[in-house]
Write a protein that binds this ligand. Sequence first.
Ligand SMILES: [Zn+2]
Ligand SMILES: [Zn+2]
Length: 345
Amino acid sequence: MRESFCPKCGAPSEEGLCPRCMVDATEWLVCESRVTQVVCPSCGSVKQAGAWTDVEQDPADLSAALAMSAVHVHEDVTDLAIAIETREPSPNRTVAAVSVRGTLYGLSVEDTCRVEIAWKKEQCDRCSRYSGGYYEAVLQVRAADRKPDIYELEKAAGIAEASEAELQASGDRFAFVLKVDEHRDGLDIFVGSQHLADLVSRGIVQELGGKYSTHPKLVGERDGRKLYRVTYAIRLPCYQKGDVVLMGKRYCEIRDMEKNQMRIFDLKDGTMRTVREDCGNRPIGNVRDAANCLCAYIDGPVAGILDPETFSTREVAAYPWLHLAEGSYVRVLKDAERDRLVPVG
Ligand SMILES: [Zn+2]
Ligand SMILES: [Zn+2]
């Protein structure tokens, strides 16, 4: 049996250099001393390969990931363990201490290095659009023959806010709401993308009824592409869902308005009907504002109900569909013009 020796140190070796000398001859850990990261000071987005993206990680994890990208370990190293500690000596600089352990040619190896991350502040594409007042669409929320009420205005603004969050979470960077202006006849919502405008318009009509139409207008050209700004004219119906109106001699609740028709719930006989749209009836209120009132007694076709304002007992017709009983509660609206209580179920 022939024994062989390491040509470098003379130690016994199976073939060529011994493991120790092979490790010594291998530059197994290489760290770039400095990486530069462009970041938006307003929203924290980062620029990677020329494109801006939102950052989901927290800042420490982002720093660690950037430091990792500067660390290059030889492919023969196994059982690799890398620990990174970061500190911020200044707002524009993060220093990462990297320690690396592993196994190379059967020997344990460990080493450390230091990576400096330079943060370069630059306003991102979205924030520069935003601060420049750029918008792609304006949603004009109006109502037919009336002004939208506070409930509708808040609902519309809330839908815009929720849709903005939904699209941005899905990576649509320009889905921002630039501003919401209260207009004499309703609300103007300025948004950064038509995608967002579509989503908000559909949401408002779905929630509040009515319809919308789009009106594009050419506003210029960029990189040979025509630029349009689109007005979304949203028209809420003359009545809201839940409005109670006096139709002839009957109070009816509007359940839905679509395509020139109204679905109404007759508060006298408790049935649903579809009728032609008719905006000429007097609304007395909306069922969401109804007060919960105690039924004090039943006397044949009549029920005594406690008036929520005066706490005196008022009589109303005890229509069978209301299922009134002594001691039960019923929701009631007041027709101020006729000084009457109207049970709505
Ligand atoms: Zn050797
Ligand atoms: Zn930004």
